[in-house]
Write a protein that binds this ligand. Structure first.
Ligand code: HEM
Ligand SMILES: *[C@@H]1O[C@H](CO)[C@@H](O)[C@H](O)[C@H]1NC(C)=O
Ligand SMILES: *[C@@H]1O[C@H](CO)[C@@H](O)[C@H](O)[C@H]1NC(C)=O
Ligand SMILES: *[C@@H]1O[C@H](CO)[C@@H](O)[C@H](O)[C@H]1NC(C)=O
Ligand SMILES: *[C@@H]1O[C@H](CO)[C@@H](O)[C@H](O)[C@H]1NC(C)=O
Ligand SMILES: *[C@@H]1O[C@H](CO)[C@@H](O)[C@H](O)[C@H]1NC(C)=O
Ligand SMILES: *[C@@H]1O[C@H](CO)[C@@H](O)[C@H](O)[C@H]1NC(C)=O
Ligand SMILES: *[C@@H]1O[C@H](CO)[C@@H](O)[C@H](O)[C@H]1NC(C)=O
Ligand SMILES: *[C@@H]1O[C@H](CO)[C@@H](O)[C@H](O)[C@H]1NC(C)=O
Ligand SMILES: *[C@@H]1O[C@H](CO)[C@@H](O)[C@H](O)[C@H]1NC(C)=O
Length: 499
């Protein structure tokens, strides 16, 4: 279960050579998989949906599931266009996409979009659908990262309640679903949430009804079907006053096979499979990463370096999943929301560009060697890097915006040059679409960190909300780059300034 995962950060010892050992994890580095695992099992996004909580006369999970369907529903199997691609955020003014839930969802997701290649808005919408089901007691479906956000306008093909059965059948065929799958998927979707009078006044015609639920329960279950089959349903899309908009009635009636959904297991399984298909529907040419259905055994975070007084230091973490919380291990449990941000172990070394781990349970068993499948964890270069211990996270006591003073090191003199490109998911936009801010800046020499030991220090101020950056440096005519440095893993010193 997503909600009951226990993870353990363990103090480990590091070695400088590798031993062959096979492990159930991915080949490092793989920022996409590492970040996908982190969002699934360590982030607080899932907590927003846990317990199926209310939001603006609906529920958080209902809003998240509906936006996922609407975004995906512009897919066209015939030409391979459309799918889950975050296009929805540009189309909220279309009548098809009306509803506060769309704005609420994008606001909820906003802080969790790290950006490609980690997680863009479309991947976050997919994660939202997964957490929506899990949060309301529904099936747990695997997550595959890799969707590509798009900004090109799509066709106005999201189904609408007043359309007839033939239009809906054709719309679902175009999305990649058979008529039977359409019936199931509509039931799977309309087990959550409601129709709001302010959004659909022609469906909920009585202005004193603020909302009309699809069934008598909030959770993800087959009540929407059983109540329909028992003829007790109050679903306004089945028995509502406006016959034209009784879309669930037309769709449910089109197949006698709906009885199979009276089995909770069948409902669970069918809905899990169909919603997985739904969120994995992407434009042709987009390839999704391997599905994650349980946390990776060992995840190594971004290695952090510092050079001082002739010594190069490196700090990183190794996450070990231990649901049984074995007390003989050294460490502490990391469950959302108390996941420790910086459980680092410090290693000191010089001129070593690879590392591995040895985990000793101290319980009589042989230590486990974690060495990236025999190849060790290798660092590409140490000629340009961020100095983790000289960098600062600057916090103002006044309302001034916090920033990070990033100190970069080059193994070279002051004739070197450095620049960074930062990715910040935040903009100052107050309504969707929320597009990231990408800025390239040339660095200045850092007066407060004079050159030492052949290393020269440069500096730049970046926003406190930058999630990752690319570094490029030119040292003695040779170019060095480091791509996709994970700023959410840094451990900068906090500096408070009162002004
Ligand atoms: C013929 C296709 C469909 C039509 C015409 C349709 C129409 C509607 C309408 C009119 C609402 C009320 C929205 C509001 O008041 O804000 C609604 C809600 C909802 N729909 Fe659908 N729907 C369709 C298919 C689906 C599918 C396939 C799913 C997902 C698998 C889905 C998931 C939802 C959810 C979760 C809600 C509740 C939203 C909330 O409470 O905020 N729908 N739908
Ligand atoms: C929610 O419903 C109440 C009435 O129950 C209404 O007063 C309020 O405006 C609604 N809120 C939203 C955000 O639609
Ligand atoms: C549906 O699946 C979830 C997780 O896979 C499980 O917790 C829940 O009990 C299942 N519900 C039913 C009715 O089988
Ligand atoms: C029923 O819905 C249709 C389609 O939205 C609309 O044209 C019609 O005016 C509605 N009827 C009533 C009585 O509200
Ligand atoms: C369902 O209930 C309605 C009234 O609530 C009734 O008119 C109708 O005949 C019932 N249909 C079935 C199949 O029992
Ligand atoms: C570095 O060396 C200087 C001078 O020898 C000393 O004052 C300082 O404490 C040292 N810093 C660290 C982090 O070891
Ligand atoms: C030691 O702990 C590990 C990890 O929990 C476990 O796999 C192993 O079986 C334990 N060994 C003994 C002898 O208990
Ligand atoms: C960083 O480099 C990668 C690979 O070239 C690229 O895909 C990504 O967009 C770059 N990120 C930024 C913020 O420029
Ligand atoms: C923030 O808003 C100002 C004024 O509307 C605009 O000039 C600026 O480009 C915006 N910044 C970002 C990062 O969107
Ligand atoms: C970073 O911001 C501080 C405070 O505004 C300023 O004093 C410093 O010069 C800035 N550094 C750079 C490299 O722009």
């Amino acid at each position: 279960m997503l909600q009951s995962l226990g993870a353990l950060y363990v103090i480990i010892t590091a070695g400088l050579t590798g031993l062959v050992h096979s492990l159930s994890t991915f080949q490092w580095p793989n920022p996409q998989l590492a970040y996908a695992d982190k969002m699934l099992y360590e982030s607080t996004l899932g907590l927003l949906a846990q317990g199926c909580p209310p939001q603006d006369n609906s529920t958080v999970p209902a809003q998240w599931l509906r936006i996922a369907y609407h975004d995906m529903s512009m897919h066209d199997v015939d030409d391979g266009t459309g799918g889950l691609d975050a296009l929805i955020q540009f189309e909220l003014d279309r009548p098809q996409n009306i509803g506060q839930g769309m704005f609420d969802s994008l606001n909820d997701f906003r802080d969790f979009v790290a950006g490609a290649p980690f997680l863009g808005t479309a991947d976050t919408i997919a994660l939202g659908a997964i957490f929506a089901l899990a949060g309301c007691g529904g099936p747990v479906i695997p997550f595959s990262a890799g969707r590509v956000d798009t900004t090109e306008a799509g066709p106005e093909t999201v189904p609408e309640p007043q359309q007839d059965l033939a239009s809906h059948t054709e719309a679902f065929r175009r999305q990649g679903f058979t008529p039977t799958e359409m019936i199931s998927l509509v039931a799977c979707g309309h087990t959550l949430g409601r129709v709001r009078q302010v959004d659909f006044p022609l469906v909920v015609t009585n202005t004193e009804d603020f909302l009309q639920t699809f069934d008598t329960t909030t959770n993800f279950n087959n009540a929407v079907v059983s109540e329909y089959l028992q003829n007790t349903t109050q679903n306004i899309l089945v028995v509502g006053p406006n016959v034209t908009t009784r879309l669930d009635f037309r769709i449910f009636l089109s197949d006698g096979n709906l009885h199979s959904f009276l089995s909770s297991d069948t409902f669970n399984e069918t809905c899990g499979n169909l919603i997985e298909q739904m969120i994995n529907t992407v434009p042709s040419g987009v390839t999704l990463a391997q599905p994650i259905s349980e946390p990776f055994d060992y995840v190594v975070s971004e290695p952090l370096f510092s050079y001082r007084n002739g010594t190069m230091s490196m700090a990183t973490t190794l996450r070990i999943v231990n649901p049984s919380d074995n007390p003989s291990r050294t460490g502490h449990p990391a469950r959302p929301p108390d996941v420790p941000r910086h459980p680092h172990t410090l290693f000191k070394f010089s001129s070593v560009l690879s590392f591995w781990f040895k985990i000793n349970e101290n319980n009589g068993s042989d230590p486990v060697i974690v060495d990236n499948g025999g190849s060790s964890f290798a660092i590409g270069q140490d000629s340009v890097f961020i100095d983790n211990s000289r960098s600062e996270f600057v916090i103002f006591s006044s309302s001034l915006i916090n920033y990070q003073k990033v100190v970069m090191v080059v193994h070279g003199d002051a004739s070197s040059s450095m620049s960074i490109t930062t990715f910040d998911p935040h903009t100052n936009a107050s309504t969707p679409p929320y597009l990231p801010t990408i800025i390239t800046t040339n660095l200045q020499l850092d007066d407060s960190n004079p050159a030492e030991g052949g290393f020269t220090f440069f500096t730049v101020n970046v926003s406190s909300t930058v999630t990752f950056l690319n570094i490029s440096g030119n040292v003695g005519g040779i170019s060095y780059t480091q791509e996709n440095f994970d700023m959410t893993a840094v451990d900068f010193t906090f500096v408070s300034i009162s002004q």
